[in-house]
Write a protein that binds this ligand. Sequence first.
Ligand SMILES: *Cc1c(COP(=O)(O)O)cnc(C)c1O
Length: 406
Amino acid sequence: MSRRILQPVRAEKVGAQKLVTWGRPTLTPSARFGRVIPVCEPVLLGNERRYVDECLDTNWISSKGRFIREFETRFAAACGVRHGVACTSGTAALHLIFHALGLGPGDEVIVPTLTIASNANAVRLTGARPVFVDSEPRTWTVDPARVEAKITPRTKALTAIHLYGHPCDMAALREIARRRDLWLVEDAAEAFGAVDHGRPAGSLGDVAAFSLYANKMITTGEGGVIVTDHDELAALLRSLRDLAFDEETYFWHRYVGFNYRLTNLQAALGLAQLERADDLIARRIANADRYDAALRDLPGVTPPPRTPQVRNVFWMYAVVIGDEFGVSRDELMIELGRRGIESKTFFIPLHLQPIYFDPQDHTGYPVAEDLARRGLYLPSSGGLTADELDYVASSIREIHQQAKKK
Ligand SMILES: *Cc1c(COP(=O)(O)O)cnc(C)c1O
């Protein structure tokens, strides 16, 4: 057959084992709140409607209009860098970055294994190969001590993913990148507002990608932003986002570009969100403080990492369940679902995915695999009330106590 569409990679065929078999528990609205408390939903309490209305009233609904440039400028300033380039998603941001760095077949990029597929896919789409690294047990982010062993003469870049809002050990990663002459790319999709030793996420490497998806720290519905202090790279990214029209001769192309343009409608939402960013970030941190206090003495529940000199923004309040808790992570999720509480498992590590599984890779990724088996995140929206947070925490306590009685 010559006419054939793309076929999925079959796990059996490549030898990938489905280490994490967990699906989704059934959710029943909670008797107390009359609804399912979702893991995340956006908080739209500022000028969102007013600015979107302005787009409609003025007819500026496409990718030109005042909100885009204003949003980019303000977003970059919030990250403490000079340039902001808005685009259609966090994944598109990463694709633009790797394309702009000139990656192609034969090149390699170091990527942490415990994350969403976006980063590795963006590398793969350039023709380069993602090379995975295990997590560090303390912060769950990429382990700098394991990076060096994965660097080869083909390695061109290193990606730092600030998992669940906690920055990577950036001092260590910067040192490796400098010594080995690699680009250091931050995937800060989950970490807008995070700070490492006084410096905001987005300013910690050479270039950074953010996502503006509805569950992220701030949102435009769908969207992404790249920030960098590198003038030439910023100009190239801006051009590649827009089909790389030549500056001198329009409709003349010297680069293969994309249409990854954000719309003025989306940027309108984004600007309104940015105006209230401090509050949106503070809400997530306040959630974490309340959960931490309520779950503190509960055996077998490891809270998300807190590190001196680091501001974790707790994009997701992620916990790891140990044997002492009395029921497994999966049973806990079912029980929470019965009480109207949505939860989610951690990411399934990329080295296990049918699309990336490599039977020749004998490195081992014990930390990421263990986290993937035992980790879940609890409702983490900025809009949660104290009552809802307490209900989630007391439900977990109750599930633990019932397990103890059995
Ligand atoms: C959300 C996310 C992305 C992708 O962002 P989209 O806007 O959904 O494409 C990339 N990396 C990480 C770490 C993310 O959490």
